[in-house]
Design a protein around this ligand. Structure first.
Ligand code: ZN
Length: 844
């Protein structure tokens, strides 16, 4: 129950001509309970409401709406500092901009700014919505900073500008609180929600810090780029049985482009938090454990002059406390060690404990920032000075303008620009390392403030060989190990080591090239390519408008040139020209009039009734698939267990996709008793039969990555997963980019070149005794970026198989084809597979 508001919503109360701010209410006065109380939790609306009140009542707090979230809710930041600093906020923001770009100031000017500036700290709460403690804590932290008049608070307010994001994922906070409240008092209290806590990406919302696919990532970057904080505190929670809180130092390896100054600072801040918490008697503080700093997907800040302080506090069941006996704790946290001198002894653990640990960590960061203000600013400047005066290779990366998929190349450059990377364009042709490059070539010089960010994303990763003892398998990395954008996005990029000279212009924005139509009178139809993702969007728009559209299945000659297999052809009918004109307005597609019908065989394409399997064991891969389908305008419907159990699937669907979900989960789902009954179980034996029948009757089943095991085992396909159950010592590819060979005469690989690159993670490797291997591994080491061992198990085996099954097809795509919305280079493999499902081969 929420308490009645004590003070009316008025902005200020006016007494005798003086402006008096309304009384600042404590969180509990507004919420009706103390933050962190067992089984009580504030939802998004309550948190937004509380910050609105603070904004009105305090001269120290200004709350801004940065934008709307994926589901249309306000995404806010509270700027907290002294009233004096608030008056000069723009000046301090300008200081940050200047320190971040030493090309704009002299060392002397920098010295003045460093003397006069403020340390900027950003606190990002509850990135993962179910790790809810920090969002609750944010209200107490803000209240104390708004009202405290002690020396420490004054020192913080005077020396620090705090950017407090109370909820990184407000939509998710609302979802998890609604779910929690609904099940409170039942046997499902505190249990896992059967859907993702972000509309599309769930937990992966913290794997998006270089691709910025999701709105919340972009909004956070907007704050970051405006303010360039020196310190970023990312507040998370982890499992229950380990340490009570993790703080940096991180474990090896660091991504090589992170400045060593930052690495030292992160370690220093981490151990400062650890010592403060320990001094307060908070047990179970661990550092130098488990979490590494390899992937930029979790650490935008590391490439933008700021330390990223990750905190991970032990979880409860959302707001329901847990009790852990000492014996129940993980063995590694039972004894004192250098990493954790004061272990936790077990007992009751509550949301309030999480709030307390989070609060202390936040306070420690703020007081450290205040007291070492000068050091933070000085080093921030040094990091950027090093970046802009860098002389060691590489000198630049070159991106030629004539890319196979131009609009995707532009997307890649836009992503770099969003990360502050400066891109130039050559105004003349030029030579670099013995090659001539044309005018118009894009140039990313590495000596620039965020050159390290560009380099990390454009170069190939060479993941270090770290083993626990000689002969041991590779130490398992915390996450994936490759992030080379040119490979992921299919963009041709050249790394140039030595300096070269060319007249070039800075581009503040890179616009997509325009599409065009070459209109022909009385044409049979129009042709266009199959090389780009835009080509597929054009296809979707035309097919769904009812035009007759084809893929040529063989090469043909027209207009005095050769068109390869896969060329798209739309037959003319009334209204077509208008529709093509509207397509080229926003898509980079080139339509050419075709006077006569070519005498060829072709696949006729139909609108596809597409289903996407959705398990109640919420799957991020399902979310990413949905996101990618929507971005590229594929209509689809989610298919639930009950739909599959009901059967008669051919009536509603032509193609069903199973995202990367394990066979066992597909069949058995969540065991009964763990979730409300409507979410328990999987497709079951009856569902298995129904999917088999669907395929035998002419439907197409597409399985992504590990889901391929489902039809392989359940329908007895004569295909073996060569690496099933293999230990890490024999075979290990922890999220790397591998070279593959495409069969470009097969419709699934239309539009591709023979050489390709795929992302590989927890993927099967197919040895075939039936079906057609459309994408295969070469006979040499296929590693392009990241790490691989046991590559012999890949040699000559397949990554994608087309298996005829009854009247239908099973397409096993044995890799994350839509990987985290990043693998633009392989999106089309999925798109082609969807159309191939219903395509009919015949004479054009
Ligand atoms: Zn987390």
């Amino acid at each position: 129950m929420r308490k009645k508001k004590i003070v009316p919503c008025a902005l200020m109360l006016i007494f005798l001509g003086h402006v008096v701010f309304a009384k600042i209410q404590k969180p509990e006065e507004v919420l009706g309970f103390k933050v962190g109380t067992d089984k009580k939790v504030a939802d998004m609306h309550q948190i937004l409401d509380y910050f609105k009140k603070l904004d009105r009542a305090s001269k120290r707090i200004m709350v801004k709406e940065v934008g709307k979230t994926t589901m249309g809710n306000p995404f806010i930041v509270a700027i907290i500092t002294s009233p004096e600093n608030h008056k000069n906020l723009e000046k301090y923001r300008r200081y940050q901009q200047l320190l971040a770009d030493p090309r704009k100031i002299s060392d002397k000017e920098a010295e003045e700014i460093i003397s006069d500036g403020k340390a900027v700290v950003m606190i990002n709460c509850s990135l993962h919505a179910s790790e809810i403690g920090a969002s609750q804590m944010s209200m107490e932290l803000a209240y104390d900073l708004a009202t405290g008049n002690d020396k420490k608070t004054k020192e913080i307010l005077d020396k620090v500008i705090l950017l407090l994001v109370p909820m990184h994922n407000p939509d998710g906070i609302q979802m998890v609180v609604d779910w929690y409240k609904k099940n409170l008092g039942t046997k499902y209290e505190g249990g896992r929600m059967p859907w993702l806590y972000h509309k599309y990406v769930g937990h992966d919302n913290n794997r998006d810090w270089y691709m910025f696919t999701q709105i919340e990532s972009r909004l956070t970057i907007k704050i970051h780029n405006a303010w360039h904080p020196q310190i970023i505190l990312d507040m998370h929670q982890m499992g229950s049985r380990g340490a009570r809180i993790f703080v940096p130092p991180y474990v090896d390896p660091y991504e090589p482009n992170v400045d060593p100054i930052l690495r030292q600072e992160a370690g220093m801040m981490g151990t400062f938090i650890a010592s403060e918490l320990t001094a307060e008697g908070k047990a179970g503080v661990i550092h130098s454990n488990r979490y590494d700093a390899w992937t930029p997907a979790r650490a935008y800040h590391h490439y933008h002059g700021g330390i990223r302080i990750l905190t991970e506090v032990a979880s409860v069941k959302l707001a329901t406390p847990i009790t852990l006996k000492f014996e129940e704790l993980a063995n590694r946290v039972k004894k004192p060690s250098v990493k954790m001198p004061m272990p936790w002894k077990g007992g009751k653990w509550t949301l309030r404990d999480i709030v307390d640990y989070d609060y202390s960590a936040a306070q420690a960061v703020l007081i450290n920032a205040a007291r070492l203000r000068r050091n933070w600013l000085q080093n921030f400047y040094k990091i950027h000075k090093k970046a802009v005066t860098r002389t060691e290779p590489p000198f630049a990366f070159l991106i030629t303008a004539d890319q196979r998929d131009c609009s995707t190349a532009v997307k890649m450059m836009n992503v770099l620009q969003m990360g502050g990377v400066e891109i130039h364009q050559a105004k003349e042709s030029f030579w670099a390392e013995g090659h001539q490059y044309p005018e118009g070539t894009y140039i990313v010089y590495i000596a620039q403030p965020y050159g390290g960010f560009a380099k990390a994303l454009l170069e190939h990763q060479d993941y270090p060989d770290i083993r626990e003892y000689p002969g041991a398998p590779l130490k398992t990395p915390y996450d994936v190990v490759a992030h080379t954008l040119p490979l992921l996005m299919g963009v041709d990029v050249t790394q140039v080591e030595k300096p070269f000279k060319v007249k070039s212009a800075f581009l503040s924005k890179i616009a997509k090239p325009e599409g065009k139509i070459e209109i022909a009178n009385n044409a049979f139809g129009y042709v266009w390519g199959h090389e780009t993702n835009d080509d597929i969007v054009a296809l979707n728009r035309l097919v769904n408008k009812g035009y007759s559209v084809f893929w040529s299945s063989e090469e043909f000659e027209a207009r005095e040139k050769n068109y390869p297999p896969g060329t798209m052809i739309v037959q003319h009918k009334k209204g077509l020209i208008g529709d093509l004109q509207s397509i080229v307005k926003d898509l980079y597609v080139h339509f050419e009039g075709l006077m006569v019908k070519p005498e060829i065989k072709a696949y006729e394409l139909k609108p596809v009734r597409l289903g996407l399997y959705k398990s109640w064991m919420a799957s991020m891969d399902e979310g990413w698939t949905r996101w990618v389908l929507e971005q590229y305008e594929f209509p689809y419907e989610s298919v639930f267990n009950k739909d599959i159990r009901r059967g008669n699937l051919n009536q509603d669907f032509d193609v069903i996709i199973f995202p990367d979900i394990k066979e066992n989960i597909i069949i058995n789902g969540i065991p009964e008793g763990n979730v409300p009954p409507e979410y328990a179980g999987g497709i079951g034996e009856v569902g298995r039969k129904n999917i088999k029948e669907f395929t035998q009757n002419g439907g197409t089943l597409i399985t992504l990555n590990s889901a391929s095991e489902f039809p392989m085992n359940q329908f007895y396909l004569n295909i073996e997963n060569r690496v099933r159950n293999m230990d890490r010592k024999s075979f290990f590819v922890p999220g790397s980019i591998l070279k593959v060979l495409n069969d470009t005469n097969h419709p699934i690989a239309y539009g591709y070149e023979r050489d390709g690159a795929i992302f590989f993670r927890r993927s099967p490797v197919f040895a075939l005794r039936e079906g057609k291997g459309v994408v295969r591994y070469p006979v040499q080491n296929p590693l392009l970026s990241g790490w691989v061992n046991g590559e012999k198990y890949l040699h000559n085996n397949s990554a994608l198989v087309d298996v005829p099954f009854g009247e239908g097809k099973i397409i096993l795509i044995g890799f994350p084809v839509q990987y985290r919305g990043q693998a633009h280079a392989t999106f089309k493999i999925l798109f082609n597979s969807i159309y191939y499902g219903t395509a009919i081969l015949g004479k054009l």
